[in-house]
Design a protein around this ligand. Structure first.
Ligand SMILES: C[S@@+](CC[C@H](N)C(=O)[O-])C[C@H]1O[C@@H](n2cnc3c(N)ncnc32)[C@H](O)[C@@H]1O
Length: 181
């Protein structure tokens, strides 16, 4: 498991300076779709798991600054840090999130899960960091995950799906909340 994470990190470190050039447009189209479904206001405290170069911060620039971008790749975060003068960039593995329980209103995890060796470990961490009334937004590549894979994964991690739909590009998206039972 450690080897796979090490390889993933190395891959993103090697291409970090090119990431926005290659993926900005496609990732922004995903954020556009997702955030047309949910409201964000200034009181929200948002965690972006596997947030990479901070494209969610770019997207939310005029809506809120309470976004914490956490990623395993230091170089991806550095790209984000060069764009945003905030200290909300945290280098951490999503299997070991360094946050208190029940702290975030919203947790976002866009195009990350394909890199995670055991998604249940990450989802357990997300469940624990999310407030009881909080919202979790996940996207996953359709070429690797079917609707039923995602439903099963979310159910197992004690999330209730509020909406699941196909984005116009690449990913399935899910909006969920905590199923406390
Ligand atoms: C395809 S990029 C998506 C970045 C960002 N979410 C976006 O929408 O542009 C995947 C990101 O997941 C990060 N990642 C992969 N495995 C991770 C892990 N175990 N913990 C935290 N981040 C991880 C990578 O470093 C990379 O920045």
């Amino acid at each position: 498991m450690k080897d796979k994470k090490y390889d993933v990190r190395r891959r993103y470190e090697a291409t970090a300076t090119q990431y926005d050039k290659r993926y900005l447009e496609i990732q922004m189209s995903k954020y556009n779709e997702i955030f047309s479904e949910i409201d964000v206001d200034n009181s929200d405290i948002i965690l972006d798991v596997g947030g990479g170069t901070g494209l969610l911060l770019d997207f939310m620039e005029n809506q809120t600054s309470n976004i914490f971008c956490c990623d395993i790749s230091f170089k991806m975060l550095l790209e984000g840090k060069n764009k945003h003068k905030t200290n909300h960039f945290i280098c951490a593995d999503s299997d070991h999130l360094p946050f208190k329980k029940n702290i975030f209103n919203k947790i976002v995890c866009v195009s990350v899960i394909q890199n995670i060796p055991d998604p249940q470990i990450t989802l357990r961490e997300i469940h624990s960091s999310l407030r009881s009334e909080g919202i979790f937004i996940l996207t996953a590549l359709t070429k690797l995950f079917s609707d039923s894979d995602i439903k099963e994964t979310m159910h197992k991690a004690r999330f209730s799906i509020l909406k699941l739909w196909q984005l116009p590009v690449e990913d399935i998206a899910v909006i969920a909340n905590k199923n406390e039972c």
